[in-house]
Design a protein around this ligand. Structure first.
Ligand code: NAP
Length: 310
C-alpha cells in the first residue's frame, strides 16, 4: 500500500522512514513537510494539494506535533484517507473523540499509535501481571530534555505536554499491562517560570485493589535516562526497564527474543492490519491520565528553563 508521511522532523526521520522502508506492507509514496524531505520520494509542502493530486495514496501517517495535527487529520479523513496518528493522538480529548466520530462516519481506519506499547517486553509483563495481585507500582521516567528534544520549543508551548510528552509513553505501557483500570488522584506539576508546560511531575493513582500506584517524571535529569516501571505483587517483583525493552522478575532477566523487531515496524504492521480489516483503534486511556493531571495537579513554579543553560 502506498502511504504519505506528513511532518518530516525528528521522529519521521529516526523511526517512520526506516520502518516503512523495511516493511513488506508499505511504500513511501509522498512526503508533506514545509522544510523536510526524504531523498527519492516526491515531496509536497501543501497537504491539500497532495490529497487532491495523489488519489492513489489512500493512507496518511501524521508525524507532526500534537497541536497542528487535528487539522491535518480532519482533512485526510474527510478526503476518505485512512490515518495513522503519532502519540499523543491529539492535543485534547475532545479533538480525539471528534476524529474518531469522523473516521467512523467516513468509514476509514484511524490508528492512535502508542509506540511504547510495542516495546519488546510489554506483552510478557502484561501476561505476568495478569496472574498476580498488585501491591505497589512505581513509574520512574527521568531524561534530559536537552538531549532528547534539542530546541523543540513546541514541547514547552500550551498543548505540547511538557514532561508528559515522554510521561505519556509510560502511561501507555501502564494502561496496557495492568489488568485493572487506575485513575489519577493527586499530582504536582512543576512549571518553569518562563514556560507553559511542566518540566517535572509527581502523580498518584487510585487502584481498585488498593495497590499504591505512583509516577515520577523529570525532564532535567542529567546522564543516562531511566524509563522504568517496578511492580511489587503477592508473588514477586517485576521490573520493566529501558522503556519496556528489558524485563526482570525477582532480579532474573527475561532473555527471550521477540519476533518482529522494533516498536515502529510493529506499529506499521498493525496499521496494515487495521486498513485491511477496516478497523478503528483509538485508545485514549494514556491521554486521559495526562488530562486528569492537568485538571487536578497543583502548580508549582520552578526555575526558568533555557535550552543552552546546563
Ligand atoms: P518535530 O521534529 O519538532 O516536528 C515534526 C515536524 O512537524 C517538523 O519537522 C515540522 O516539519 C512539522 N511541524 C512542526 N510544527 C508544525 C506546525 N505548527 N504546523 C505544521 N507542521 C509542523 O517533532 P518530533 O520530535 O518529530 O515529534 C512529532 C510527534 O512525534 C510528537 O507528537 C512526539 O510526541 C512524537 N514522538 C517523538 C519522538 C521523539 O523522540 N522526538 C518519539 C516518539 C514520538 P516542517 O517544518 O518541515 O513542516
Amino acid at each position: 500500500m502506498e502511504i504519505a508521511l506528513v511532518g518530516i522532523g525528528k521522529i519521521a526521520v529516526d523511526q517512520h522512514v526506516p520502518a516503512i522502508a523495511s516493511s513488506p506492507d508499505w511504500e513511501l509514496a509522498a512526503t508533506v513537510s514545509r522544510h523536510g524531505r526524504v531523498e527519492g520520494v516526491p515531496a509536497y509542502d501543501d497537504f491539500a494539494r497532495m490529497l487532491a493530486e495523489r488519489q492513489d495514496i489512500r493512507v496518511v501517517s501524521l508525524c507532526l506535533p500534537p497541536v497542528p495535527r487535528f487539522d491535518y487529520a480532519r482533512a485526510a479523513i474527510e478526503s476518505g484517507r485512512h490515518v495513522m496518528l503519532e502519540k499523543p493522538p491529539g492535543a485534547t480529548l475532545g479533538e480525539c473523540h471528534a476524529l474518531e466520530e469522523m473516521a467512523r462516519r467516513h468509514r476509514v481506519s484511524l490508528y492512535a499509535t502508542w509506540h511504547s506499547r510495542q516495546a519488546d517486553k510489554v506483552p510478557a509483563a502484561k501476561a505476568w501481571l495478569a496472574e498476580r495481585t498488585l501491591r505497589r507500582l512505581r513509574i520512574t521516567w527521568l531524561e534530559d530534555v536537552r538531549h532528547w528534544h534539542p530546541g523543540q520549543d513546541w514541547v514547552f508551548e500550551a498543548g505540547g505536554l511538557g514532561v508528559f510528552d515522554p510521561g505519556i509513553n509510560a502511561l501507555s505501557i501502564l494502561t496496557e499491562i495492568l489488568p485493572d483500570d487506575v485513575h489519577l488522584t493527586e499530582a504536582e506539576l512543576r512549571f518553569p517560570s518562563n514556560r507553559e508546560t511542566p518540566v517535572a511531575a509527581s502523580c498518584r493513582f487510585h487502584h481498585p485493589g488498593r495497590a499504591e500506584v505512583s509516577m515520577e517524571l523529570d525532564w532535567l535529569h542529567q546522564g543516562p535516562p531511566t524509563w522504568s516501571i517496578e511492580a511489587e505483587t503477592d508473588a514477586g517483583t517485576l521490573l520493566l526497564e529501558n522503556g519496556g525493552a528489558t524485563l526482570s522478575i525477582d532480579g532474573t532477566r527475561d532473555e527471550s527474543l521477540p519476533g518482529l523487531a522494533g516498536e515502529y515496524p510493529r506499529l506499521y504492521a498493525q496499521m496494515a492490519e487495521l486498513v485491511r480489516s477496516g478497523g478503528v483503534d483509538m485508545d485514549l486511556a494514556p491521554l486521559r491520565h495526562v488530562a486528569d493531571a492537568f485538571l487536578l495537579g497543583r502548580r508549582v513554579v520552578v526555575a526558568a528553563f533555557d535550552w543552552d543553560a546546563a
